[in-house]
Ligand binder design. Structure first.
Ligand code: ZN
Length: 348
C-alpha cells in the first residue's frame, strides 16, 4: 500500500509499505479521509521531539474497518469509524481522575504509531482499550468525521476556559482551529465572538465562512484597543489564543475582562516558550489563565455529535481535497494560509 512517511525535516516521502496487520485487540481501517493539521506542517518544517522517524504522519482519521483483530469485540468489517489521535493509558493518576488530556503516558497516532496518510492504518489495541474508536453517525461524511479530532481539541479548550451563555469571546488566529473555536463558542451560547488574525487574506477567508461579529486585522489595528472599544472598555470574558505567538498571549491578558479567562490554546515554539505577563492583571483583575492539550476519547465522541447535529457544521470549512500523493501540497496550503481545512483522500 501507499503511505506518506516523514524521515526528517523537509523530507516527506510517498512510498510503498507493507500492509498493516490488526494484531490482538486492534483493527485495520481503510482510510477514507485524513485531514491536515497545523502540527503536520510544523513536523514537516522542524520535526517533533515525540516523533520517531521514519513515521507515517496524519492523525485526523476516518475510514472503514477492513480487519478486526482477535479480541477486538464490537467491531465488524465495513463499520464506518473515526479514530482518536491522543491515546491516554487510562490507568494513571490523571486518567483515573478523568484528566485524560494530561496523561503523562499519552502516545499519539502519527507520532509513536503510524498515522492516517496511508491507504490503510492499524488502530492499536491501546486505542480500543480507552474507547478511542467511534462510529460515524448516519449521514455524516468521512471528510466531516475526520474534523471531529480537531474539534475535540477545541471542545477541551472551551471546557477549560468555561465558554458559556452570554459571553463575549475573542478568538486569536483564523486558521481551521480558530474557525472551529468561533463556531463552538456560538454553539455554547456566546453572545458575541470576535476573530483576530495577522494575515489579512486568511482573516477574510475565515470571516467569510464563520461570520464573527467583528473581524480584526491585527496587522493594521491595535487589537487590545479594538477589543476594549468593542466591549465598552470592559474587555472580553474569554480570550482564546489559537496562534503560536507569545505577543498574542501577552495581548490576550490585556484584553480580558475582570474575572475573565485567557486560554493558551496554541503552544509556543520549543526554543522560545517564555513570555512576560503582567502578574498584577491576574492578581487585581482576577483573570484566569488556562491551557489545553489535545483531547480525550470523550471529547471526540462529543465532537461527532456536535457535527452530526448541525450545532457545529464543518463541511464548508473543508476547502481542499487532495489524493495521498499530493499530501505535501496540502501541508504547504495550510502553511501559506490559503486553505482552511485540507483533507487527504487516499485511493485504493
Ligand atoms: Zn494516563
Amino acid at each position: 500500500m501507499r503511505v506518506v512517511r516523514f524521515y526528517a525535516p523537509r523530507d516527506l516521502r510517498v512510498e510503498d509499505a507493507p500492509e498493516p496487520v490488526a494484531g490482538p485487540g486492534g483493527l485495520v481501517v481503510r482510510v477514507r479521509n485524513c485531514s491536515v493539521c497545523g502540527t503536520d506542517a510544523k513536523i514537516w518544517r522542524s520535526g517533533h521531539p515525540n516523533l520517531s522517524p521514519p513515521r507515517v504522519l496524519g492523525h485526523e482519521v476516518a475510514g472503514e474497518v477492513v480487519e478486526v483483530g482477535e479480541g477486538a469485540g464490537g467491531w465488524s468489517v465495513g463499520d464506518r469509524v473515526q479514530v482518536i489521535a491522543a491515546i491516554p493509558d487510562g490507568t494513571c493518576h490523571e486518567c483515573r481522575h478523568g484528566w485524560m488530556t494530561v496523561c503523562p503516558n499519552q502516545e499519539r497516532i502519527g507520532y509513536q504509531h503510524d498515522g492516517g496518510f496511508a491507504e490503510r492504518m492499524r488502530v492499536p489495541a491501546q486505542v480500543l482499550a480507552v474507547d478511542g474508536v467511534n462510529r460515524v453517525p448516519e449521514g455524516l461524511s468521512f471528510a466531516e468525521a475526520s474534523v471531529a479530532e480537531p474539534l475535540s481539541c477545541v471542545i477541551n479548550g472551551q471546557e477549560q476556559a468555561r465558554v458559556g451563555e452570554g459571553q463575549t469571546v475573542v478568538v486569536v488566529g483564523a486558521g481551521p482551529i480558530g474557525c472551529l473555536h468561533v463556531r463552538l463558542a456560538r454553539a455554547r451560547g456566546a453572545a458575541q465572538v470576535f476573530l483576530i488574525e495577522l494575515s489579512a487574506g486568511r482573516l477574510a477567508l475565515a470571516a467569510g465562512l464563520v461570520g464573527p461579529d467583528e473581524a480584526i486585522d491585527a496587522s493594521a489595528n491595535d487589537t487590545v484597543t479594538a477589543v476594549r472599544g468593542l466591549t465598552g472598555g470592559r474587555g472580553a470574558d474569554v480570550v482564546i489564543v489559537a496562534a503560536g505567538s507569545g505577543q498574542a498571549q501577552q495581548d490576550a491578558l490585556a484584553m480580558a475582562a475582570r474575572r475573565g479567562t485567557v486560554s493558551f490554546f496554541g503552544g509556543l515554539p520549543r526554543d522560545r516558550p517564555t513570555v512576560t505577563l503582567d502578574a498584577n492583571v491576574v492578581h487585581y483583575r482576577e483573570v484566569g489563565v488556562v491551557g489545553a492539550n489535545g483531547s480525550s476519547p470523550a471529547h471526540n465522541r462529543q465532537a461527532l455529535v456536535l457535527i452530526a447535529s448541525g450545532a457545529v457544521p464543518v463541511a464548508d470549512l473543508i476547502t481542499h481535497r487532495l489524493p495521498l500523493e499530493r499530501t505535501l501540497e496540502g501541508i504547504h496550503a495550510v502553511t501559506r494560509g490559503e486553505a482552511i481545512k485540507v483533507t487527504v483522500e487516499p485511493a485504493g
